[in-house]
Design a protein around this ligand. Structure first.
Ligand code: GLC
Length: 468
């Protein structure tokens, strides 16, 4: 049973959603009995599909009692069983995160999920939790009196992003169902209750979404370094894969023209034409795009200046396109660039899955100046669509992108600074002028295999190990 805040295509903000949806699909296909449980938000997918209520009750959170129900997808054709925990007062909202009561929302979600498991006498081989929103589950399963019957079930916590930890004060301790009070120290980290720390301490095993990220967080773990080090004996880095069915230029219905490794030049040109028309860009020049959440973590605060500098440096003979949403100041800074650089630059401030596919298909390069990237999926989507990644050497980007000068198919740089990123873009600009070379690089990237098969096998090994 996967427990998560996101699951593609039902509810997605970023890579967490993609990964949970893909793991579950692959495990199910391999004939495992796999389910996913997430909160019932007001997303488009949930509004447009049919669900039946299979359980109703109340969840107690401190002094509050929220009615909740469990809803099961009738026939959503996801490739796995999906359950939604509907707590209308807390989750009947269009966004997934970003509310003042996020702590209450995800605590109630975790408690309701376990209440439901217990009421059904559920038997699982593994409970697989993802990120801090579900990281208190292993503690509650072991220590809360109500969940005695779940105590022996092994739990795995996958860390997709250690920057977000779900901290809250001990004034909210009464949210917890009654538990063995001598175990309160397991909740504490840095003077408060830290959800991710609780998961690291209590889960039977831990995975990070790339091997290199696991090495990094032992040194740069956003305050959790010691804990990551102490948990090293039960941790493993498993590199994410991508869903080759959803991300497939040969069959993708969200792009203008399908293409493969042999006719990709023509195919990409047609897709680029579409993008350039849509965003008033010049098809003659290289198109470098950024897709993602607009946060400092992704280096998005640097993008406005990077765009201005690069465009001036190359006398407007380059295109920069940005798609994403997030931090309001960053969004504004990106909109401002439009005043000076229209014709070479454009930005679309929204979450738009369809446009993202078109951008991978129609761009020449995909830019990832991330400060932090536990795995990163965009570079792999880029490869698949013949779009060369330009990445900062960090986290999972180190595991997946090797520089052209070192025999790989991407462009790498070291610093998350405007200067360093602009220099990397300059290398991309020069590569673009060498038509033969860029063709070989793009084609070689398309032939790389980042499917889920490898990750699937690694997770299976991990599951078997902790079951034993
Ligand atoms: C988070 C990370 C990203 C990773 C994804 C899936 O979104 O920021 O690097 O690829 O989770 O694991």
């Amino acid at each position: 049973m996967h427990i998560s805040a996101e699951c593609y295509p039902v509810a997605k903000v970023g890579g967490l959603g993609d990964v949970v949806g893909t793991i579950a699909k692959h495990q199910f296909k391999a004939k495992h009995n796999v389910s996913v449980v997430i909160p019932c938000y007001e997303t488009k997918f949930i509004k447009e599909h049919e669900f039946e209520t299979i359980h109703s009750s109340k969840v107690k959170l401190g002094h509050f009692n929220f009615p909740f129900s469990v809803r099961k997808g009738v026939n959503p054709d996801l490739g796995f069983d999906l359950f939604l925990i509907a707590i209308p007062e807390l989750f009947d909202r269009s966004d997934i995160y970003g509310y003042k009561d996020d702590i209450e929302r995800f605590m109630a979600f975790q408690i309701a999920t376990l209440d439901w498991f217990v009421s059904q006498d559920s038997q699982f081989d593994i409970i697989h939790c993802h990120d801090h929103h579900t990281a208190i589950i292993p503690f509650m399963m072991q220590q809360a009196f109500n969940y005695e019957t779940l105590k022996a079930i092994p739990s795995l916590l996958t860390v997709h992003n250690a920057l977000y930890q779900g901290q809250f004060g001990f004034d909210k301790l009464h949210y917890f169902p009654n538990y063995d009070l001598s175990k309160t120290h397991q909740l504490e980290w840095g003077g408060c209750i830290n959800s991710l720390a609780v998961g690291l301490k209590c889960a039977r095993a831990i995975t990070t979404v790339s091997p290199n990220y696991l090495n990094e967080i032992n040194h740069i773990g956003y305050g959790l370094e010691t804990l990551f080090n102490q948990s090293r004996y039960k941790s493993r880095g498993i590199l994410n894969g991508i869903d080759n069915e959803v991300w497939n230029p040969k069959k993708d219905i969200l792009i203008t023209l399908n293409y493969n490794e042999d006719d990709f030049e023509f195919g990409k040109q047609k897709n680029k034409e579409k993008l350039c028309n849509l965003f008033n860009l010049n098809i003659e020049y290289p198109l470098i795009s950024f897709v993602g959440r607009l946060y400092e973590e992704k280096g998005a605060d640097l993008l406005a200046e990077i765009a201005r500098k690069t465009i001036v440096r190359n006398n407007n003979k380059i295109n920069i396109l940005i798609l994403g949403s997030g931090n309001k100041d960053i969004e504004e800074s990106l909109n401002l660039v439009l005043n000076d650089c229209a014709g070479s630059y454009n930005v679309c401030i929204e979450f738009n899955e369809k446009l993202a596919h078109q951008i991978y298909a129609g761009s020449d390069f995909i830019l990832m100046p991330s400060r932090i990237e536990s795995c990163g999926l965009n570079q792999m989507y880029g490869y698949r669509y013949g779009t060369i990644p330009i990445v900062r050497r960090t986290g999972g980007l180190i595991d997946t992108v090797i520089d052209i000068n070192e025999g790989g198919y991407g462009i790498c740089h070291d610093q998350a600074t405007v200067e360093d990123v602009c220099n990397a873009i300059q290398r991309a600009y020069e590569l673009y002028q060498d038509k033969e070379k860029i063709k070989i690089i793009a084609k070689s990237g398309m032939m790389l295999n980042h499917s889920w098969e490898n990750a699937y096998q690694e997770y299976l090994k991990m599951y078997n190990l902790i079951i034993k």
